[in-house]
Design a protein around this ligand. Sequence first.
Ligand code: PLP
Length: 386
Amino acid sequence: MNVVAIYEPIAGAEATVHARAWCEVDLDAVRHNLAQLRAAAGVPLIPMVKADAYGLGANAIVRLCTQFTNDEAPWALGVATVDEGTDVRKAGWSGRILCCSPVLPAEHTRMCEERITPALHTEADILSWRRLGERPWHLSIDTGMNRAGVAWNEAHTLADVVSFHPPEGVFTHFHSAGDNESSRSLQEQRFADALHTLALPASTLRHAANSPALAADAERRARPMWDLARPGIALYGSPSSSALQLSPVLHVFARVVDVRNVATGETVSYDATWTASRESRIATVAIGHGDGYRRAFSNRGIMQLRGQPVPVVGVVTMDMTMIDVTSVPCEVGDVVTVLGAPHNRRNADGAEHLSIDALAELAQLSPYELLVGWRLRLPRVYRSAT
Ligand SMILES: *Cc1c(COP(=O)(O)O)cnc(C)c1O
């Protein structure tokens, strides 16, 4: 594992972790975002820590989640695989773990052992789970995503088995909650119809809201519906929502390892996609697509050097990316901000902030993919003042 310094302050610049390229995860920002989301949702949360907490390192995020003792404490943690649930247990979480994605019944025994709550949607799976004992499970209802869950208009087929073995919770998932209010209302209506058909006990916990839904509700000052909410990416700082006031969590930095003059007419990087139209200073930054700095940033990305935006020139290579520093003083060893904000200047006036959303937009990537895609070759440094 490349996790270097959980909860430890950043070491001196000479520490090897800062020699090439690294990720900084601001745990105070995660704590802030959890509090913002909890307040906006008005109901307990199931923070999603799947996919290694969206690539930031589930271990540190789970440990942070264990620190709440008040009503801000998560109701459960959300994962997508049984292995992820097992890792959440190992990280010290003794509360509920909800595996939101379907798993094969062959996994049920292991889920029992680790006290992981499954999301089920077929009669066979519900019976298989109940044969292992009276353990909680959640019913997954598909209201238009067409991915997992019983179709809302087929929910009646489960009415019998559900009345004998009632679920602890029931949920659905929105496909376009952030940018399409009418599709969301339709999905909520279908969810309500399915709930009505199933006539579940009033104590059954209902949940639907993901990050885009919570952000949209906060913008409209609407009270989210249902009893729990399942934010994922918002914990990690996206979407940028003025109503939610989320803090950026991930900051990626890399060193300049070479600076050279490039004559007019010379090209930079593979396939010669960039040609110098003037005498240029080109710096080589020690980060590439082998670190998760996506090739889509070729000739499109922006990094930040000494507070100035500098463009990526040419194709991003596996280990190195070139930037045009003709107008910014630059030396070998300089730290370039690849994502987020330079430290010390985090909230300083005028500091450009390379947000996940802004960068994803530049390269026409999904913010989710950009966040999850950083590779373990980048050491992760965890910062927390508390
Ligand atoms: C990933 C996931 C979420 C969280 O989605 P975000 O958009 O990251 O908030 C919530 N519920 C389910 C079922 C998921 O798979």
